[in-house]
Design a protein around this ligand. Structure first.
Ligand SMILES: [Zn+2]
Ligand SMILES: [Zn+2]
Length: 254
């Protein structure tokens, strides 16, 4: 399993694109590619990869905030421009279908019938794991201002956990147990912010859940800019856990 970070930023970062990543794995010897979240500043980073138009098999949307979902209409319409014909899976919490169709219709009115590929929506609610695209999809509710589902993907004996936005809950901790990589939003260094986790809190969670690696994303722009050395120092001081602070374009192989 390989993870490529397209963006690692929060909602309003002037430099870093919104947090988003590509997960690549294999199913029956065929490549499978899934995009996790697609905020409004993600599509250009995605297009820069120069992937073939049919490459992405599925897109996961953690919650309905714009920095995690509003890039979808641009992505879908460019797929149309580039003549995609393969079905595209879109997975998320209950309401994902009406949310995405509303977004598309607001951005490009009446465009849906023009797509030459079908959108196949799937809800992945907590306690109702889904097998799709050769991956196992499991979710748990995080503590965020809007309902957010943390996701765990398992394939080929490897696993990744992605928080979306929000503070861990007992359910997301259970979901993350023993994963190869936790990608967690870490909005602040240590300041308590409702609906968000701190860097210190993410480290504590990753150790408690016995994860192998932790990637800190969605760090508040000013904190990341002005206190990067402190963050690095804290990350490097952790024993028995590799803590990454990825940049856009970075890849992690599990
Ligand atoms: Zn966000
Ligand atoms: Zn959010």
């Amino acid at each position: 399993m390989e993870i490529t970070f397209l963006g690692v930023g929060e909602a309003f970062d002037e430099n870093l694109p919104n947090t988003s990543m590509l997960v690549r794995t294999k199913y029956q010897d065929k490549p499978v590619t899934v995009l996790l979240d697609c905020g409004y500043s993600v599509p250009p980073k995605f297009w820069q990869l120069g992937l073939h138009v049919e490459t992405v098999d599925g897109i996961w949307i953690s919650h309905f905030h714009a920095d995690h979902a509003f890039g979808l209409p641009a992505l879908l319409v460019r797929f149309w421009e580039e003549k995609r014909t393969t079905d595209l899976h879109i997975l998320g919490q209950k309401g994902i279908e009406s949310f995405v169709l509303r977004c598309l219709d607001l951005a490009y009115p009446n465009f849906l019938p023009r797509l030459r590929f079908s959108l196949r929506f799937m809800e992945v609610e907590p306690g109702e794991p889904v097998a799709a695209l050769g991956l196992s999809w499991k979710t748990a509710v995080n503590d965020h201002s809007q309902r957010d589902l943390a996701l765990r993907l398992d394939a080929e004996g490897k696993s990744v956990f992605y928080s979306g936005d929000g503070r861990p809950t007992s359910a997301t901790r259970a979901l993350a147990e023993g994963v190869h990589l936790i990608v967690h939003e870490a909005f602040h260094l240590s300041k308590d912010t409702p609906g968000h986790e701190t860097i210190a809190g993410c480290i504590e969670m990753a150790i408690a859940t016995r994860a192998k690696r932790l990637a800190l994303v969605h760090i508040q722009r000013q904190v990341r800019r002005e206190r990067f050395d402190e963050i690095k120092e804290l990350a490097n001081s952790v024993k028995n856990l590799e803590v990454l602070i990825p940049e856009p374009g970075d890849r992690v192989t599990l």
